[in-house]
Design a protein around this ligand. Structure first.
Ligand code: 73E
Length: 806
């Protein structure tokens, strides 16, 4: 939008005075932030209203992305950047003598997600608006986001993340006109509806009110405003008498109280099921209502509506949609089923079976009695249809929704929809050949791949403004609106001046991070060292422990030969462990104790430092990622569905240390073998070991002296204060036969690290690699990923009014 600095200053001061009732000289950063947010709201509100009006007038098809997680982080800079007024605002603040960085830091991260899955959902919201597609989010308005992590005596301590704080969510708007009721529990029986049909009658059901809060999603430079709708729970006035005590009310409020801090397993909790159903039902009810306003026939709703099921969490959607169409609007089963399958699509994010939700039928039928009846009916019809098509008994049994007293949510999502996608090529292949192989046999046409992507704007223009200016200098500004122009950088990867520029800007980012490290941990690190970073959720399959083993090896190398040549390294970790994930927490403790040991050893000095940064989150990622030289992506091949931080590191010039897993493989394809460092087993190697059961970690431990020494370090007292954790790790690696093949991959990891050190020593070679990574990272823009979803899964066309730039 067109905005002069003068106009902005005028608008901002007015808002500060009138809405915040304060003046510049006394305002706190937090008050300035709220005033700025409200100023921006005035700018985009007319665009938002116009967008909704146009979509309705033109009857454009809308895709709804259902997800229990959205992890946008801070929204301020994104909103400013996308409105095209970031520079104007910065300039205005400079004139007013306000520190923009301080104000932006007053915004609390919106952390309604665990990790990659939630961040991807937020990225898709940005990209939907940016590409102009009508794609709306549907999720939950948790009072507490992912827990805040503190490290105390080396241990993770979880604190509530009260992200609303005193400010609340400045971007949201409550939408009373779209309030709906959601029913749980009770009994259901069928009665004659009088028109030859049956209708359900509910008794003793609990009725809760779903209240939507809308958060605008602004497109980059195109004036498009889409919507992220987050649902909150309230008690309907007419049922107030049923909740006489505060405790009674709290039990209800729990539904939107807290995000489950677990990205590894199905919590198995009734409350979780209630959360999932609550947002799914509320979302679908309002979608049907707004479709009906178009005056079109309900059985053709698939022409105007797509619903995407992000992982199994909203996978009750097909059954709930059937319930709404049949019970509430009287559609015949076949028409409703036809519409449902065409409307629904599903993304799988992991092959870890513990994360594919299953509910005990008893619990499910208790919480959602009518939905359960519908699921049983879907399941019976499915089995009958498969059998009629000649599908063998075993395949049918393996793919049924209700089996062994469990409701398989992934099966419901697949059977009730027309599309199943994985999130990277290798992951989709694994789904087809292993995890979902029986489904692939019966419905191969449903399967497709959509490799994940990232919002390049956040990771370059916002997180790495210095890098962005350097890119401008060499290839002009075109890449800021067309990321594919980044490829022009390939021409300069061997240009010594360009290399010097990109080196310099990385050093500055490293210094920024070094300052933060010193401030928060007291550890001094030098930017002469290689910054080697592993930031992601703590999980055994992601193998932070392999990284730790390598650090221990380096520690012994230096201790054995203190005068030897050594390229200094700083190992940086950031990771939250699920509160109930004992082993993951032990690894955090070990990292912190190892860090204490190494950082305080004078003989080691600056050669080696280890830092664990607490409370890893989106805003901290923005500081860490642009400062990395090395991106550690070392999961056991086959286990990391895609990864997305790998793409962010690549885009900001880190070199990836990678196993052939997830999207690492596609990164390798983009940069070529010489510009990435690959090591370790392939997925086929891993599956061969599974098949032959020939892996024996103790054999490796007994025969390899280096590994022997490294593993013993966990239990021989070298690392103080972690006897218990050390033995747990020892047991996992040796007694329990090393489930994630760390010992098997260790030697090739060490060799790869040595190779990387040599590469870093040759600055021209290193900068060639680093810049080649930046230049070819355009492949991973979520704008393109979302275009593929829109065209190939949701069958959307671009609304004509979304095509203009502002
Ligand atoms: O590989 C990542 C992937 O990049 C995968 O582990 C992650 O999703 C990312 C985005 O596609 C993921 N998270 C979960 N499953 N896969 C998950 C499971 C249960 C609860 C919360 C998150």
């Amino acid at each position: 939008m067109e905005l002069t600095t003068e106009q902005f200053i005028h608008d901002f001061e007015l808002t500060l005075n009138e809405q915040q009732q304060t003046i510049l000289s006394t305002a706190t950063p937090s008050e300035l932030f709220v005033a700025l947010a409200h100023t921006i709201r005035q700018y985009y509100t007319p665009l938002w209203i116009e967008r909704n009006k146009k979509l309705q007038e033109n009857k454009d098809k809308i895709a709804y992305y259902f997800s229990v997680e959205f992890l946008p982080g801070r929204m301020l800079e994104t909103n400013l950047l996308n409105l095209g007024i970031l520079d104007v605002v910065k300039e205005g603040f400079a004139q007013l003598g306000i520190d923009f960085t301080q104000v932006k830091q007053a915004e609390h991260d919106m952390a309604l997600g665990n990790g990659g899955l939630g961040r991807l959902a937020a990225a898709f919201m940005d990209s939907l608006a940016t590409t102009g597609y009508a794609g709306f989010g549907n999720g939950l308005r948790y009072k507490y986001g992912l827990f805040k992590q503190r490290i105390v005596n080396g241990y993770q301590v979880e604190l509530p993340d009260a992200w609303f704080g005193s400010i609340g969510n400045v971007w949201e708007t409550r939408k009373d006109h779209d309030i709906v009721d959601v029913r749980f529990f009770g009994n259901v029986y069928m009665t004659d509806a009088g028109n030859g049909k049956l209708k359900p009658v509910y008794s003793d059901a609990q009725v809760l009110r779903a209240v939507p809060y809308d958060v605008p999603q602004l497109g980059y430079g195109n004036g498009v405003v889409n919507n992220l709708r987050l649902w909150d729970v309230e008690i309907p006035e007419e049922y107030e008498l049923s909740y006489p005590t505060i405790e009674d009310r709290r039990r209800v409020e729990d539904i939107t109280a807290v995000l489950y801090p677990d990205d590894s397993s199905d919590e198995g909790k009734k409350l979780r099921l209630m959360q999932e159903y609550f947002m799914t039902s509320a979302g679908l009810q309002t979608i049907v209502k707004s479709y009906l306003k178009l005056g079109l026939p309900l059985e053709r709703i698939y022409e105007k509506v797509s619903v995407h099921i992000n992982d199994t969490h909203p996978a009750v959607a097909p059954a709930e949609f059937m319930r709404i169409l049949i019970d509430e609007y009287g559609l015949e089963w076949d028409d409703a089923w036809n519409a449902t399958q065409k409307v629904m699509s599903y993304t799988n994010h992991t092959i870890l079976s513990e994360a594919l939700e299953k509910w005990h039928t008893g619990l499910f039928a208790h919480v959602l009695p009518r939905v359960y009846q519908i699921i049983v009916e879907i399941d019976n019809r499915y089995a009958a249809q498969m059998s009629a098509q000649g599908v063998d008994y075993e395949t049918i049994e393996n793919t049924r929704i209700v089996r062994n007293n469990q409701v398989h949510m992934a099966h419901l999502a697949i059977i009730g929809g027309h599309s199943v996608n994985g999130v990277a090529q290798i992951h989709t292949e694994l789904l087809k050949e292993d995890t979902l192989r029986d489904f692939y046999k019966v419905s191969p046409e449903k399967f497709n791949n959509k490799t994940n992507g990232i919002v390049q704007r956040r990771w370059t223009q916002i997180a790495a403004p210095g890098l962005s200016k350097t890119i401008d200098k060499w290839i002009g500004q075109g890449w800021r609106s067309d990321i594919h122009e980044l490829r022009k950088l390939n021409e300069y990867v061997d240009n010594s001046q360009a290399q010097a520029d990109f080196w310099e800007v990385k050093q500055l980012a490293k210094q920024r991070l070094a300052d933060y490290i010193e401030q928060t941990t007291g550890v001094h690190v030098t930017t002469d060292a290689i910054f080697d970073v592993q930031v992601k959720r703590l999980h055994a399959y992601k193998r932070q422990l392999l990284n730790v083993m390598h650090i221990i090896k380096l520690y012994w190398d230096i201790k054995d030969n203190p005068e030897g040549e050594f390229t200094p390294r700083v190992f940086i970790f950031g990771a939250k462990a699920a509160p109930g994930y004992h082993f993951a927490k032990s690894i955090i403790k070990i990292i912190n104790e190892l860090a204490n040991l190494i950082n305080n050893d004078e003989q080691i000095g600056d050669k080696l430092k280890v830092v664990f940064l607490e409370n890893y989150r989106v805003s901290l990622a923005e500081l860490i990622i642009p400062a990395a030289n090395v991106s550690e992506q070392i999961s056991l091949a086959s286990k990391e569905a895609s990864g997305t931080s790998n793409m962010k590191f690549m885009m900001t010039g880190a070199v990836t240390m990678a196993t052939l897993d997830g999207a690492n493989i596609e990164i390798k394809d983009e940069v070529g073998d010489d510009n990435i460092v690959i090591f370790g087993m392939t997925k086929d190697d891993v599956y061969n070991h599974y098949a032959t059961r020939d892996y024996y970690s103790r054999g490796i431990y007994d025969n390899d002296p280096v590994i022997h020494r490294v593993v013993n370090t966990f239990v021989d007292g070298t690392i103080p204060n972690c006897q218990r954790e050390g033995s747990e790790i020892f047991d996992a690696l040796i007694t329990y036969n090393d489930e994630y093949f760390l010992l098997q991959d260790f030697t090739s990891y060490v060799e790869a690290q040595e190779h990387l050190t040599q590469l870093y020593a040759d600055r021209a070679r290193w900068m060639h690699m680093s810049m080649t990574n930046i230049a070819n990272s355009d492949k991973f823009t979520s704008d393109d990923t979302i275009r593929q979803y829109a065209q190939e899964i949701w069958n959307l066309s671009l609304p004509s009014h979304g095509k203009h730039r502002i």
